[in-house]
Design a binder for this molecule. Structure first.
Ligand SMILES: NC(=O)c1ccc[n+]([C@@H]2O[C@H](COP(=O)([O-])OP(=O)(O)OC[C@H]3O[C@@H](n4cnc5c(N)ncnc54)[C@H](OP(=O)(O)O)[C@@H]3O)[C@@H](O)[C@H]2O)c1
Length: 246
């Protein structure tokens, strides 16, 4: 039997891309899912698809930039399933631009979703995980959390922050038997590049993304981290397209 069977997993950003693929992968291995994002129609459709294949999923419309809503999401998971085994802090956006363009609103959104959203998720699930002395928090960084390119200063800043926060969390909580995993994908074919508002830059990035791998590749890596025995922590994974240099 898979070690994923019966685990209660909250996934943020479950309405598309990596989050959606992860939900399907984990549902097929018997996880009980709590799907979160802002687009309710997408969450509903995903829930129905999972249920039609015999999987278990509930959803809650959640904006990760609201601590209140993240707290409500954790309480919802506890009410529905009685525990939280795993949080996949996946929601994120990547509106790349050079700093001189001063796209302040986009910087703020990246910081709010990519960093604060991750922190709020951790804050919402930690109390119950600490009480049970069991849990697993998986945070989505990026290859941009290891490398910095032009137009990627703020995005990379947020993804470096995710790695720093996750490693700090590991040092604080390993003794409480709480596992942490940093996932750093290279180019993955999703809706992520749609958040780039500079059209010239977007077409250059879309060119790189022609070599992107599918979201299921990252879903399988997440499943691998979750399905390890509880005394084994996969703390960090980089998953690139084989043909990606950066
Ligand atoms: N694709 C790649 O090449 C790649 C590479 C490295 C890392 N990543 C990371 O992977 C993660 C998932 O991205 P993706 O590639 O799957 O892109 P995606 O298809 O655009 O998915 C992004 C998800 O985040 C959710 N989201 C955005 N803002 C939100 C908010 N305020 N509250 C709740 N949910 C929010 C979106 O749902 P709603 O709009 O419905 O809220 C959506 O489900 C991101 O953290 C991204 O940085 C992706």
């Amino acid at each position: 039997m898979s070690n994923i069977q019966g685990k209660v997993v909250i996934i943020t950003g479950a309405s598309s891309g990596i989050g959606e693929a992860t939900a399907k992968e984990l549902a097929s291995k018997g996880a009980r899912l709590v799907l979160a994002a802002r687009r309710e129609d997408r969450l509903q459709k995903l829930q129905q698809e999972i249920q039609s294949k015999g999987g278990q999923a509930v959803y809650k419309v959640t904006d990760v930039t609201s601590y209140e809503q993240m707290e409500e999401l954790a309480q919802f998971a506890l009410k529905e399933f009685g525990k939280i085994d795993v949080l996949v802090n996946n929601a994120g956006l990547m509106p790349l631009s050079p700093l001189y363009q001063k796209k302040i609103d986009e910087w703020d959104r990246m910081i709010d979703v990519n960093i604060k959203g991750v922190l709020y998720g951790i804050a919402a699930v930690l109390p119950s995980m600490r009480e049970r002395k069991e849990g697993h928090i998986i945070n989505m960084s990026s290859i941009a959390g290891h490398l910095i390119g032009p137009a990627g200063s703020v995005y990379s800043g947020t993804k470096f922050a995710v790695r720093a926060i996750t490693e700090g969390l590991r040092k604080e909580e390993f003794a409480n038997n709480i596992r942490t995993t940093i996932i750093s994908p290279g180019a993955v074919s999703t809706e992520l590049t749609e958040t780039i508002t500079d059209l010239e830059l977007k077409s250059a990035i879309d060119e790189i993304y022609k070599g992107a791998i599918d979201a299921e590749s990252i879903a399988r890596a997440i499943a691998f981290a979750i399905e390890q025995p509880s005394d084994v922590a996969i703390n960090e994974m980089i998953i690139r397209p084989t043909r990606q240099e950066l």
